[in-house]
Every structure is written in C-alpha cells, then in structure tokens.
Design a protein around this ligand. Structure first.
Ligand SMILES: C[S@@+](CC[C@H](N)C(=O)[O-])C[C@H]1O[C@@H](n2cnc3c(N)ncnc32)[C@H](O)[C@@H]1O
Length: 310
C-alpha cells in the first residue's frame, strides 16, 4: 500500500483494489469527464450520453466538469480539463473507429482492457451478435453497471463484464465469461499501460498474444514519457494533475514501444501520433499543454502463420 493518504481530498486507497472515487479508479471518472465535456462541444468528435450520469452519481471528491461551459474548463482554456478533454476526444474517436472497423470486418469478439467508464458497449452500433468483454476492477464495473441499469441504458451488443485485476490471472476470468480464443478478437488497451508496473505490462502483452487467434487486432495507447504527459496536462492550468494526483498513480519505469514489442511477437504493427490523428479530424493537439504530444497509439494485427507480410 504505497498510496495511503489524501491528495486534494482524493482517497489514495490501496494499490490492490479501488473503487470509482479512489486510487486509480478515479482516473476513469476523469476520462468520463473528458467525454462529457466533448459531448457538449458544438461539433463533437464523440457523443457519450452516459458520461455525465457517472459524474452525477459518483459525487467526485474534487470538481469534475461535465460540460465545455463549466468554469473549470473555460477558466484554463489551454490547460487542465480543456487540454485533457481535447485529447480524450481524439483518443476516444480514434479507438471508436478502430473497433467499429474491426467489428464490420467480421471480428465478433471484442475485449476492452481496463474499460473503466467506457460505454462503447452501449453507445456504438455493433453488428448483430458481437460480444464485448470489459475487464476492470470489480468495484469500478459494479458502479458503471449499476448507473447504466438504474437509468435504463440499453446494450447494443452481447455484453460481458469481467471483474479482474489485470496484474493477475485475468485470462482465466475472461475464459469463464465465455471468451473463445479460437476466434479472432479486437483488443483495446486505452488509458491502461501507465497504471501497470513494467513487469505486469510485459505479462499483459504475452497473454494477449497467447489468447489471439490469427486475424486478431489490437489497439494500444502508450504514453511515451509519462512525466511529460502529466506535466502537460497541468501546464497552463489552475490545478495541477486535474487535482487527482495522476503523477502518484502512474508508473514511470521505462518499457519498449508497444509496436516494437508486438512486431517481435509476429504482429504487423504501426505507431501513430494522436497529433496526426487529430489533424485528420480537423482538431489541433499541437499546443505545448496537450498531453497528446507525449503519447502514441499503436495499431496491430496478427496475420495467419505464413501469410505474406504487407
Ligand atoms: C484512465 S482509466 C481508463 C478507463 C477507460 N479505458 C477509458 O479510457 O475511459 C484507467 C482504468 O484502468 C483500470 N485499471 C488500472 N489498473 C488496473 C488493473 N490492474 N486491473 C484492472 N483494471 C485496472 C482502472 O480501474 C481504471 O478504470
């Protein structure tokens, strides 16, 4: 337990488990705030109608805005929540597009690792029969499912929440939930890697590879320089770390780029800058205070053995 105590009123809790307002759990609420803010912009890249519900129900211990008009956003237009939400919008849309493309190409099994308050199972348009597995800590998933159920949200897929710790034997829990390793899978690791120690990240990639049938795909968000990304979020902001002490939650130990790791295991992988992705969407993430400048998105697929390399 290395995170006991309070940072700006946020309960640090234990490193072993957490709920939606403590430890790493509160970062899921922060991302929901980013999606809620983007959903109220005039020309949003994504609309997540559920994100504001979570903020209303969780009663976060520090202010978390649910709209672009909130003084927390307008008060620091180049930093803090404004910069974080602009990056989260691009990342959410990029991974929405990745998952939708995979599903439309016939991949019927999706695994969202560290799903937090991700509502893609409810808000995206999935081909009939698509199964979406979501892995996160039990209390985080319980909170999300309760809010969605109580407020009458409808699932758009076969939805399989899998409470598990991604530093432990999550593969067994996934299998018990009905995951079929003989079928191609679309995997997503968004907003996860910095919260895992380097050895757990290495095991995670090995497990994904072991469980992936040929034709599987993977998208990963990787923070190249954790301290730079955290500092960028705080820069030009009235409140460093969005007041949730992100720098105390992440592991800054070095690790190989995800695309290199995947290539070494036989995947065809490319690494993309979210700054370039943003430009395709007509958005600008080039400002100094944007965390997007310190982050890469890796996209990979696992060809059949002996398949010709592109
Ligand atoms: C920044 S949030 C991202 C949530 C979601 N992917 C999104 O983008 O909205 C980080 C999430 O990782 C989860 N997480 C971090 N470490 C984990 C672990 N060892 N096992 C399960 N979940 C974990 C947290 O509970 C939290 O929901």
């Amino acid at each position: 337990m290395w995170l006991e105590g309070l940072v700006d009123g946020v309960r640090r809790g234990s490193t072993d488990e957490w709920d939606i307002v403590s430890g790493v759990g509160i970062t899921a609420l922060a991302v929901a705030s980013g999606r809620a803010i983007e959903s109220t912009r005039p020309d949003p890249l994504i609309v997540d109608p559920y994100a504001a519900w979570f903020l209303a129900e969780a009663q976060p211990p520090v202010p978390m805005p649910d709209s672009a008009d909130d003084p927390e956003v307008t008060g620091s237009p180049q930093g803090g929540w404004a910069a974080a939400s602009r990056y989260i919008a691009v990342r959410s849309r990029a991974f929405d597009d990745y998952l939708q493309d995979a599903a439309r190409s016939g991949i019927g099994q999706v695994v969202i690792l560290a799903s937090g308050l991700d509502t893609r199972a409810h808000r995206l348009d999935w081909p009939q029969g698509t199964t979406v597995f979501e892995i996160d800590q039990p209390a985080v998933l319980d909170f999300k499912l309760r809010v969605l159920r109580d407020r009458g949200a409808r699932r758009a897929c076969v939805h399989r929440p899998v409470p598990a710790d991604l530093r432990e034997d999550w593969a067994a829990a996934l299998r018990e939930a009905g995951f079929d390793r003989t079928r191609p899978t679309a995997w997503l690791a968004e907003g996860l890697l910095p919260y895992l120690p380097a050895d757990a990240e290495e095991r995670l990639f090995a497990e994904i590879h072991r469980l992936s049938a040929p034709g599987s795909r993977l998208a990963v968000e990787q923070v190249q320089e954790v301290e730079g990304a955290v500092a960028a979020t705080a820069r030009a902001s009235r409140h460093a770390d969005l007041r949730i002490g992100i720098s105390q939650l992440v592991h800054a130990d070095p690790r190989p780029p995800a695309d290199h790791r995947l290539s070494a295991m036989g995947w065809q992988a490319e690494s993309v800058s979210p700054v370039d992705t943003a430009a395709r969407y007509g958005r600008d993430l080039t400002t100094d205070s944007s965390p997007g400048r310190h982050i890469r998105h890796a996209f990979a697929h696992l060809p059949a053995p002996g398949a010709q390399r592109l």
